[in-house]
Design a protein around this ligand. Sequence first.
Ligand code: KG4
Ligand code: ZN
Length: 336
Amino acid sequence: MNILGIETSCDETSAAIIKDGLLLSNVVYSQKIHVKYGGVVPEYASREHEKNLLNTITEALKIAKIDLNNLDAIAVTYGPGLLGSLLVGLNMAKGISIGLNIPFIGINHMEGHLFANLIGKNKLKHPYICLLVSGGHTQIWNVNDTDYKLISDSIDDAAGEAFDKGAKILGLKYPGGPEIEKLACDGNPEKYKFPRPNVKNCKYSFSFSGLKTSLLYKSKDMSSKEINDSMADLCASYQEAIIDTLIIKLDLVICEQKIYNISIAGGVAANNRFRFKTNLLVNKYPDLIVTFPEVKLCTDNAAMIAAAGYHKILDKQASDYDLKADPNLSLDHNRF
Ligand code: KG4
Ligand code: ZN
């Protein structure tokens, strides 16, 4: 069975082909136009998707050596994300589906991130805890078969957003995560003291806006030269505070829920320091099994959407043509 996956929820235009569960191609076009604005400009994002989606699909089919007429189904992100961007992908999927008379299925982008951990790997044991860390979300889920229960969320910024906003404060490029990670490699993570925030009365919840503000205040106390001279230490210390905050909460959830199968997903999961420090939890919980997606499948891509679609189509699920893009779609409405 040949599935075409389409992902256009934010600033990545992506198409992928999965054949009988095996990933054959995954083309990701990262829109460059947003770099000069230091963040994603929604109107430009949808225009870029419109310009590039067809070529991206053609390229994915070519790499997979699959003819358009040999597709069996299409999986497409229909939320959460930017409305205009979602509409481009969803309408393209509907159009191809009608043209070829094959089913299409709408996929929740966040559920797609969870499926990135199933590509080329054994099935995860259920129930498992998923820490979903992206540019828009920082959540901990309890996943049991078809059931998604939200254990923890951020009350303000997401972890990826903390990287992006921190990078902007330091005059670095968007997206900030990879920039901060690169510079942090040569820095001392203990040089500057940044908080590991807790949320009053919500022991599992995340909060990152205070951390970003403390970087802002720190940077205001320094001249441009001092910032540039201390860039590696600032990045390393700030990155460490974000990562420690994630791990402190994950540790608490594991300790209290006593679930030792852990899946990490989302763009921030690409961070090597985060991967290293999360794996250290195994020293505390010997039964712990931590699964990360391949680095290139952590950030937004269509392979994860095709993988989710493959499982749903096998389960005889499909969407109707009246499916609407939903910018605020949540995972707990989802049933797999
Ligand atoms: O999952 P994703 O591609 O898009 C969303 O669904 O939001 O995540 C993007 C986020 C951005 O905030 C980006 O800065 C962050 O993931 N990110 C990283 C790294 N690569 C991407 N954060 C830290 N370290 C990285 N290596
Ligand atoms: Zn994402």
